[in-house]
Write a protein that binds this ligand. Sequence first.
Ligand code: NAD
Ligand code: TDX
Length: 339
Amino acid sequence: MTIIVTGGAGFIGSNFVLYMLKNYSEDRIICLDKLTYAGNLSTLQSVMDHPNFRFVKADICDRETVYQVFEEEKPNIVVNFAAESHVDRSIEDPGIFLQTNVMGTAVLMDACRKYGIQRYHQVSTDEVYGDLPLDRPDLFFTETTPLHTSSPYSASKASADLLVMAYYRTYELPATISRCSNNYGPYHFPEKLIPLMIINALSDKPLPVYGKGLNVRDWLYVEDHCRAIDLIIHKGKTGEVYNVGGHNEWRNIDIVKLICKELGKPENLITYVTDRKGHDMRYAIDPTKIHDELGWLPETKFEDGIQKTIQWYLSHLEWWSEIISGAYQGYYERMYGDR
Ligand code: NAD
Ligand code: TDX
């Protein structure tokens, strides 16, 4: 099998590349990534010389280059992780989110139609369902929950999902979609909640919690997400959506307090800052379908996963200090400077 993994130099994509090379010694993995601010080649350093791996620096919106890679590689499967993924950046400037997340998805699917493919898999998010109220803990997102987006980011991801289903129906593109909850683990870019809090706490910097910190997210260890995608591309049914999540809901403030505790840092580092615009209150996935149909269950308990993650950041200082010493500083100042 030849598998094109787009966005494979980002957080989840790189974990997926490493997971696939480890678990499928016969498969060839082609990582196609534009290397935006969120893409990091050092993450893939250990596999750059692997005989079954090729890295191509390319934009998924660049039709000519994408077609050329398909022509050369004749992939069997395409897994699309490539995206602008940060909600706060989408609120600052939506344009690139529409370009990459929607138009880029169309280019990839056109390439799949032109060159033939066994499976196109779209990595989507629970954010396409909007949010749930805090006072209804009995409610969960299922695959039939209507799309109801809040941010330019989630609107762009929902648009891409609609396009995938349209290509499935109109052109019979053999496509699947997964909608996962919040991931955490190694190689998570420092702009996101968990790594940002670990990194700030380590240098005794303020821990900026949006609003009152009562928003709830459903956290899943990244390797469990990779295993879910592995199952879907090999055993999932085309034209289907699979929700992925492990019933692990946490209020933001409790996550931040937990990180303080694990690092032995005082809670008075916590600083409440202006809330995110349109901030979704609660995400919660019902993973019954992927469990019943494909036998997927999360394997990493949150208590273990968060400790492993903290340990990873402690032992990979060079990975994240290089990131935060560059253009990230300007972003941080813009986002948090006088918030
Ligand atoms: P990320 O921002 O860490 O990585 C995105 C990667 O895509 C980067 O390597 C970047 O260089 C690349 N990329 C961006 N634009 C590109 C383009 N035009 N062409 C080629 N490559 C491009 O994102 P992530 O957190 O790893 O998320 C990966 C996917 O999973 C996204 O589609 C996201 O919507 C989805 N998702 C993320 C989460 C989460 O908690 N992080 C949860 C559910 C779904
Ligand atoms: O500094 C912060 N302070 C804070 O309170 C940051 C960065 C975040 N937050 C809050 C906002 C959210 O309620 O923490 C929560 C998590 O925020 P993010 O890490 O930005 O994630 P979220 O907005 O939930 O989106 C993530 O999960 C779904 C990913 O970034 C998306 O790509 C994915 O689709």
